[in-house]
Write a protein that binds this ligand. Structure first.
Ligand SMILES: *Cc1c(COP(=O)(O)O)cnc(C)c1O
Length: 368
């Protein structure tokens, strides 16, 4: 039987091939590979899509976090609070600027940062909170923003997995004064390589970030800040402009795929992903939970169905952070999730037949 990939990027390309080929060809013929007109056009369109004033694209979602932290002048001696359960990049960016990542546990059911646990970690050194919109769903951003404003902290939404999601009628990336996203190919809105963006409501921060991604320059060969080389390639901007025109439709279809999973898996002894009533997930991952996770994954692999584990090790137990002094047992919800989560194939191009195959394979693994 043919395999089912985790994200069917080839099917997506087949659907938009003519438009994407033409867009890439235009860039090649004009030969404006760095900061071409597509980059500015994309930034305007992304900001409009989210309903936030400023978007600054950059080389990837990790750099986007670093740029946001640098713009806030966060560095050595500072602490930044984030979720214990995320992709490494969230905490890596904090450590990269020289600050200390301070972890907090997640909600047991959603795997999102538990806002009620944040205040216990605030110290005089705390400068910011990075809530992560994991699997395509935003955490309780109003609660996070309230805590932050009470203590004079910045909030950076790590929206690498949630571009297109909605929280209380507002889009992800427009929920706090700073947000970052990623256009890694497998993300909900992906390009054909690496890409990322920072969103902000603050004109001064926007200007600072735009300078930082261009070696801290003010005008050509005049440099005010110690910056980075972190631009989005024009070719990637051209691909994203095409994909953005289809994105609303894809979000709709991803929701349909998720609804079908809910129906097909409803009677099996596994936990399905909970979405809060005031939110719409963009379904970066469709994550089920089971204490027989490895058995399910093995069964699906035997039937040539890809799965993922996002993530097998919580951030506080990652080897790279062993010097921070965290121990097993510190964040039980994050630790339990790391043993139970399993991401199933998800994309706007997943067929009903393939979903039936996936459901039958899971049933065979856990059925009684
Ligand atoms: C993918 C991801 C990133 C990093 O994005 P890159 O573009 O791969 O650098 C950061 N945070 C989270 C939660 C992610 O999923």
């Amino acid at each position: 039987m043919t395999g089912i990939p985790l994200v069917d990027l080839a099917a997506q390309y087949r659907s938009y091939r003519d438009e994407i080929d033409a867009a890439m060809q235009r860039v090649c013929e004009r030969a404006s590979f760095i900061m071409g007109p597509e980059v500015t056009e994309l930034e305007e369109r992304l900001a409009a899509f989210c309903g936030t004033p400023y978007c600054i694209t950059c080389a990837n979602g990790t750099d986007a976090l670093v740029l946001a932290l640098l713009a806030l002048r966060i560095g050595p001696g500072d602490e930044v609070i984030t979720s214990a359960f995320s992709f490494i990049a969230t905490a890596e960016a904090i450590a990269t600027v020289g600050a200390r990542p301070v972890f907090t546990d997640i909600e047991e059911d959603t795997c999102l940062i538990d806002a009620t646990g944040i205040e216990a970690h605030i110290t005089p050194k705390t400068r910011a909170i990075i809530p992560v919109s994991l699997y395509g769903q935003c955490p309780d951003m109003d609660a996070v923003n309230r805590i932050a404003s009470r203590h004079g902290l910045a909030v950076i939404e790590d929206a690498a997995q949630s571009f297109g999601a909605v929280y209380r009628e507002k889009r992800s990336c427009a929920l706090s004064s700073l947000a970052t996203t990623s256009f890694f190919p497998a993300k909900p809105l992906g390009c054909y390589g690496d890409g990322g963006a920072v969103f902000t409501t603050d004109a001064a921060l926007a200007e600072h970030i735009a300078s930082l991604r261009l070696h801290g320059q003010t005008t050509r060969y005049h440099h005010r800040h110690l910056g980075m080389n972190s631009r989005l390639d024009t070719v990637q901007a051209a691909v994203l402009l095409v994909k953005l025109t289809h994105f609303e439709d894809e979000i709709f279809r991803r929701q349909e795929v998720a609804n079908r999973y809910h129906r097909l898996l409803a009677d099996l002894p596994i936990r399905l992903p909970p979405i809060r009533e005031d939110r719409r997930s963009v379904w970066a991952q469709y994550v089920v939970r089971s204490d027989r996770r490895d058995r399910i994954a093995a069964r699906l692999a035997a039937e040539n169905i890809a799965t993922g584990i996002h993530y097998p090790v919580p951030l506080h137990l990652q080897e790279v952070f062993s010097s921070l002094g965290y121990r097993l047992g510190d964040f039980p919800h994050a630790e339990n999730a790391s043993h139970e989560v399993l991401s199933l194939p998800m994309s706007a191009f997943l067929s009903e037949n393939d979903q039936l195959r996936i459901a039958h394979a899971i049933e065979a693994a856990v059925g009684t």
